[in-house]
Design a protein around this ligand. Structure first.
Ligand code: SF4
Length: 142
């Protein structure tokens, strides 16, 4: 058991979540969606498109890595009437809403609850599940 496991959190009893595929977290305000080279390869394989074409159309360099481009209205460029790459989506998307930025305080979590209709429904993620997701989440910024 680690120090993090022993601490008490507002999610000690777990959190229910099931993605409704509503797209609210993929549209609207601009944001960074980090994607690494392995994930870009997975996306290209899923789309049946050369990696170079995926990079040219959908990816840009950001800090020391890459991010997915957005349309002029702020939506993720892979979002068109739903996520075009859902089975191959990157870790940042897979681990939403269990991001450090969202879980660092109950006040922040309450805010995100209002933005994501999947929270409070479906599968019950235990504290251990959530800490495991946090440990592999690519968004660990406050
Ligand atoms: S806002 Fe929540 S329910 Fe809607 S697509 Fe994003 S994660 Fe799924």
């Amino acid at each position: 058991m680690t120090d993090l496991d022993q601490r008490s959190y507002f999610f000690d009893e777990g959190i229910r979540f099931e993605c409704r595929r509503c797209g609210d977290c993929c549209t609207g305000d601009p944001g960074i969606v980090r994607v690494n080279e392995r994930e870009i390869e997975c996306i290209a394989a899923y789309l049946g498109t050369p990696i170079s074409a995926v990079v040219e159309t959908f990816i840009y360099s950001w800090e020391d890595g890459h991010s997915i481009k957005e349309a002029s209205d702020g939506r993720c460029l892979f979002f068109e009437d739903g996520c075009r790459i859902y089975p191959a989506r990157p870790t940042q998307c897979r681990t939403f809403p269990f991001w450090f930025a969202n879980l660092r305080s109950e006040a922040r979590w309450k805010k995100i609850r209002h933005q994501c209709p999947g929270i409070g429904t479906g599968h019950l993620y235990s504290k251990a599940d959530i800490l495991a997701i946090l440990s592999r989440s690519s968004d660990r910024r406050p």
